[in-house]
Design a protein around this ligand. Structure first.
Ligand SMILES: *Cc1c(COP(=O)(O)O)cnc(C)c1O
Length: 384
C-alpha cells in the first residue's frame, strides 16, 4: 500500500496524510459524511458509503500499514472488534491455537461466543514454540499470540513460532498492543497478521477506542475490507482522526516511555519492599536476550510483586500521581491490580496456573517527569 522508505517518525507523520487536495489542509479532515455524490451511474470519486470506506479512515489505514510494514490495514471500533473480524474468516470445524496468557477479553470472546459457531480453540504456553507444534491439527487455521504477555511479561519467539506455522500452512497473528510498531514489528519476524488495540499506545492519550488488523497478503486486504462492509464494526471518522493525531507523536512518546520504564524497573528491582519485578529490560528477565533480538526497546509495561492483597491495596491508596485504573499506553501513568481488575474473570485457579498473584501490581509508565514518578512510587512503598 505504501512504498515509503523514510524513517519511522517521518512515516508516522506523513504516510497516508498528504495535504488535502481540495483546500491544502495539512491535517486530514474528519470526513463526517455517510454517503457520497455520484456523478452518473457507476461513476464516483472512489467513495460510495462510509461503512465501506471513508477518506479519514483510509488515511489511518494507510498510515498503520506503513508503520507495521504490512501491505494493508483495516480499522475497527475496538481491539475486540478487530479480533472478532479476524475470526469471522473461519468456519465450523476450523481450529485456532491461542497463547494461554493473552488479553482476558480474547479467550472470553473465543470461549463464550465463537465456540458456539463450532470453531475450536486450544490454549498453549507459546513461550515454548514446541507447544505450538504439538497443538497443531489438520484443521488448524491460525495461531494467535501476544508477546510480551499481560501481566507476566513473558515473551514468545515470533520467528520460531512463525516457522512452525508456515511449515504447517497455518497463519500467525500477533497482538502487538504492548510494544507498538515502534519497538516491535512482528511482520519482520514472519507474522502474517498484526493486530492492535489502538486504544493503547497508538492513540496514546486514553481518549479513544479502536482496533486494527494489518495484513501481508492481497487476500487479507480483500477479506478484512469485506468484513468491514458486511459486519459494520468499523472505526468512525472522528476516532480515526484521533488515532492519526496520536500516532504522529508515537516515536517520541515511545522513546520516553522506554527511558522511564527502564528507570522505574531498576528502582523497583532495588527496593526492599518489592518482590519480583517482571520487565524484559532487566538482565534478570529469563528472556532478556530474546527481548533484545526481537524488540528495539523494552517499553513501559512493568509488573511487580508486593506480597499480598492488603499490601497492594495500601500501596495503591498511597499513590498521588500514578492513577489506579484499567488500560495502558497513555501519556499518564496507569497502575492496576490484575487479580481484581483485568484478570478477575479468569478465576483464582486460572490465575494461579498463570502465576498471577493477589499481591501483583501492573504499571504502565507514562511520560510525566521520571523523578516525579519514582518519588510517588517511593512514598507509597514507604507506607506499606
Ligand atoms: C486492550 C487490549 C485489547 C482489547 O482492545 P479494546 O480496544 O479494549 O477492545 C486486546 N489486546 C490487548 C493486548 C489489549 O491490551
Amino acid at each position: 500500500m505504501t512504498k515509503s522508505k523514510a524513517g519511522f517518525a517521518t512515516r508516522a507523520i506523513h504516510d497516508g496524510q498528504s495535504p488535502d487536495p481540495l483546500t491544502g489542509a495539512v491535517n486530514v479532515p474528519i470526513y463526517l459524511s455517510s454517503t457520497y455524490a455520484q456523478e452518473e451511474i457507476g461513476k464516483n470519486k472512489g467513495y460510495e458509503y462510509s461503512r465501506v470506506s471513508n477518506p479519514t479512515r483510509d488515511a489511518l489505514e494507510t498510515n498503520l500499514a506503513s508503520l507495521e510494514g504490512g501491505s494493508s490495514a483495516h480499522v475497527f471500533a475496538s481491539g475486540m472488534a478487530a479480533i472478532m473480524a479476524m475470526i469471522t474468516l473461519f468456519k465450523t470445524g476450523d481450529h485456532v491455537i491461542c497463547g494461554e496468557n493473552v488479553y482476558g477479553g480474547t479467550p472470553r470472546l473465543f470461549n463464550q461466543i465463537v465456540t458456539g459457531y463450532g470453531i475450536e480453540f486450544t490454549y498453549v504456553d507459546t513461550s515454548d514454540p514446541e507447544n505450538v507444534r504439538k497443538a497443531l491439527r489438520p484443521a488448524t487455521k491460525l495461531v494467535h499470540i501476544e508477546t510480551p504477555t499481560n501481566p507476566m511479561m513473558t515473551l514468545t519467539d515470533i520467528r520460531a513460532v512463525a516457522d512452525i506455522c508456515h511449515e504447517a500452512g497455518v497463519e500467525l497473528s500477533v497482538d502487538n498492543t504492548f510494544m507498538s510498531p515502534y519497538f516491535q514489528r512482528p511482520i519482520e519476524f514472519g507474522a502474517d497478521i498484526v493486530m492492535h488495540s489502538t486504544t493503547k499506545f497508538l492513540n496514546g492519550h486514553s481518549d479513544s477506542l479502536g482496533g486494527v488488523l494489518v495484513g501481508t497478503k492481497p487476500s487479507h486486504a480483500e477479506q478484512f475490507a469485506f468484513v468491514q462492509k458486511c459486519t459494520g464494526g468499523i472505526l468512525s471518522p472522528f476516532e480515526s482522526w484521533m488515532i492519526l493525531r496520536g500516532v504522529k507523536t508515537l516515536a517520541v512518546r515511545m522513546r520516553q516511555h522506554d527511558e522511564s520504564g527502564r528507570k522505574v524497573a531498576e528502582f523497583l528491582a532495588n527496593h526492599k519492599a518489592v518482590g519480583k519485578v517482571f520487565y524484559p529490560g532487566l538482565t534478570t528477565h529469563p528472556q532478556h536476550e530474546l527481548a533484545k533480538k526481537q524488540m528495539t526497546g523494552f517499553g513501559s509495561m512493568i509488573t511487580f510483586e508486593l506480597g499480598s492483597l492488603d499490601r497492594a491495596n495500601t500501596f495503591l491508596k498511597g499513590l498521588k500521581i500514578c492513577t489506579l485504573g484499567e488500560s495502558l499506553g497513555g501519556v499518564e501513568t496507569l497502575i492496576s491490580h490484575p487479580a481484581t481488575m483485568t484478570h478477575a474473570a479468569l478465576g483464582e485457579e486460572m490465575r494461579a496456573a498463570l502465576g498471577i498473584t493477589d499481591g501483583m501490581i501492573r504499571l504502565s509508565v507514562g511520560i510525566e517527569d521520571t523523578d516525579d514518578l519514582i518519588a510517588d512510587l517511593e512514598q507509597a512503598l514507604g507506607g506499606i
